[in-house]
Design a protein around this ligand. Structure first.
Ligand SMILES: Cc1cc2nc3c(=O)[nH]c(=O)nc-3n(C[C@H](O)[C@H](O)[C@H](O)COP(=O)(O)O)c2cc1C
Length: 202
């Protein structure tokens, strides 16, 4: 089983990284292969809305020559997709949003002259998020949007791990959060391997 983590925080040692590191290590310990893609290190430009992708029923069909194609390839190839992001202005960060815009258009051939497939159909999707407000007020709109994105793309939403950053002077990383990340890895990996029972026993 392969888990692709789209990492959308600009801070490589920040709060989202703390949860993501613990989650990724736990996935590996459960036997999953993991790939982590740092979206801030890639050149993923905003969608131009040109609709050229809609005339390419079985592939990406995007006119932009930037870092999106290899990331989309990883999204297609994995079993589980994890979108890890701090909450900025009640949603994900800008590189994550650019990726989601491009993936939902290039990935869904619904909008052109000829109707085509949903390339990410059946993909399992989860999120790791951190925010300054309590999660129900900080990450609720992000989770609602992500659920809708999944539904539109015929993907299966698995859930979100979200923890609050209490701000200056309050260290984020602690054992409760590390434990929650490990537990989330079990939830995400469960049912995605040939032998789910074996996972349960570990
Ligand atoms: C530009 C900016 C916008 C933010 N907007 C929100 C927000 O709308 N809601 C919220 O709960 N927290 C918000 N926060 C707080 C971050 O989500 C929080 O500190 C997060 O843990 C940072 O993650 P990081 O360490 O991975 O960068 C914002 C932070 C920044 C820098």
């Amino acid at each position: 089983m392969n888990v692709t983590i789209l990492f959308g925080s600009p801070r490589p040692a920040g709060n989202t990284a703390f949860l993501t590191d613990a989650f990724q290590k736990a996935c590996q310990a459960l036997g999953a292969g993991t790939e982590r893609i740092d979206l801030y290190a890639r050149d993923i430009r905003p969608c131009l809305g040109c609709m050229a992708c809609q005339d390419c029923p079985d592939g990406l069909g995007c006119v932009q020559r930037d870092g999106f194609a290899p990331v989309f390839r990883s999204m297609l190839d994995c079993d589980v997709l994890v979108l890890a992001t701090p909450i900025y202005a009640w949603y994900c960060t800008a590189p994550m949003k650019a990726l989601m815009d491009r993936a939902i258009y290039a990935g869904n051939k619904n909008y052109g002259r000829v109707k085509g497939p949903a390339l990410l159909a059946g993909k399992r999707v989860a999120s790791i998020a951190t925010c300054g407000y309590p999660p129900e007020k900080g990450a609720d709109l992000w989770e609602a949007g992500l659920k809708r994105w999944c539904r539109h793309g015929k993907m299966e939403y698995l859930g979100m791990l979200c923890r609050r950053d209490l701000g200056r002077g309050a260290p984020f990383g602690d054992e409760e959060k590390a434990r929650a990340a490990r537990e989330f890895a079990r939830t995400v990996c469960r049912g995605c391997t040939p032998d789910g029972d074996e996972l349960e026993r570990r």
